[in-house]
Unconditional design. Sequence first.
Length: 656
Amino acid sequence: MFFAGNRLRLHSRRNQCDGNHRKHNFIKVNAENDDCSKTYRNRDKRMNISSMVSSGIENLKISRKLLLSYMLLIIITFFIYAFASHGLESISNNNVRQNKTSEISKLLDNLKFYNVNFRYTKSIEYAELQKKGLDTLIEQVRLLEVDKRDNVSSKINQQLNIASADYKKISDDFVGSIETGRVIELNMQKSAVFDVGEQLTNKSRSAGFDVGLGEFSSYINLKLKDLRFRIADLVASKNEESFVKIENILKDIIKESDNYNSASMNSSQELIAELKKNADVMIGNAHDFRKNLILQNELFEKLNQGSNETYAAMELLSKHQNMQTKNVIDNAKTIMLVASVSGSIIALCIAYFMTRHISKPLNETLNISSRIASGDLSASVISTRKDEFGELLVSIGMMNDRLKHIIDEVKVGVDNVSKASAEISLGNSDLSIRTDQQSSALVQTNNNIKQLSDAMKNNAQNAEYASIRTNAASANAENGGLIVKNVIIKMKTISENSSKISDITNVINGIAFQTNILALNAAVEAARAGEHGKGFAVVAGEVRTLAQRSAIAAKEIENLLSDAVLNIKDGVSLVTQSGETMEQIVSSVHQVNLIIEDIARVSEKQSKWLSDVHDAVSKMDITTKQNASLVKESAIASTSLAEQARQLNTLISVFS
């Protein structure tokens, strides 16, 4: 529609340009031709740009299209949020300013309360509170934030700063006047005139019969008491009547002092002069108090006026801030409305644009799919799009071509399947017969293997029994070997003992030899002794005879022991050979036992293997029977396959 509208407008513009060409002169016609050429170029340029944009969007992937649309919606939402956030921030700032303005108004109320209480109570506490409150007021007014772009707020803020500064100055003057009044009050209440009156009273009492001084002092004391009362009344009420009465009392005191001073010439004149002087001072204090009171009233009025001006400025600022808040809210509503409407329109345009770019190729794809579903494979699919729908159309076109090729191949395959199924049916019949024969042969083989397995089990049992007997013989041979080893040990011990006996015999033989020598020596000594040595010679002869016999006996014993040792050595040698022979017998028995155990183990394994072969043959028998049944089922299936091939041929005949 967009391109059609452009073409219609372009055609209308061309007609208009042609009409202008016919209406104007040659120069104007040339100018119009230039304008028309520019118009054509601009139109063509816009159409080319629009066509490029549309083509570019069509070639985008669906994910990128959706991502682009979502990003646009997010940007729109972000702008709406930015406008709303700006409006809310402005409202929040105005609320903060209004809260500060409200706090300043409350502070003004407190200051007014402090001023009134300080005026009438003259309490230092209220003065300090007022001073702190004024400092806080000046600071808060100084820190009060206003929109610099708003001239009205700036002017009001400037007025508020001036009013608060003036208010602080007047308040300071007012506090100063109150403090001055307190000083004057103290001076009046503690005036020296009261001390002089007390001195006159004391002097009149000590004067004795000075009646004039007593009457004068009594009069002065009455006036001073009245003066104290009037001063207290003036301090409490601060009215003009009390001031006039105080002034009259002091004037009466001065007048009466003058009269008394002129009538008498005594020592009280100095006190009377001091009384008059202090009375004049008190009159001055009374006048100062009156002036200060008038100043306080004026300052209090100015203070109220300053407070009212500050209140007025605050009220004006508050009203202006309320108006600003209302304007900000109205502007925020307008901006939000415009942004929401604009965002909604843009979102609808994006949705329409995306729907158009998705539904159009989808309908084309659906039409082609419907033709393929109805059996028409003659459609030719061509697409210049590069997005998913373009790829889908190309894929459907390829599927159409391949499906057409597959249908042709299936038709050929169905004919081949029909022929092959008939051949399979014949082959299955022969296979069924051979399978039955194989099953019978497997049954016979299974029986033979079972008998062989039983024989192998008997061999294994016999080998196990022989192994048990061989183990017993091996144990007996080992016991005999241990006994022979013990005999060898004993024979070696006897041989060692025989050697020791031979050593002992040698010792005895040596002793006999030494004894014989000693006997010879004794005989020689007896011969030398003569008669006296005859008895000793007889004894020496006997000892020699015994030594010779001992030597002969030791020699015989040595000969016997030598023969015994030789026999023992021969016996030990024979016993050692017997032990070695027993060890060889034990080793041979062990080897025989190991061989028998290997035979038993191999027989057991062979029996197990034959059992496994028996199981395998049994399974082969079962499998062969199952194969026979499967062959029969295969024959039935081949018949069914031929029938299905005929049905499939009927079905694919739908596609053309």
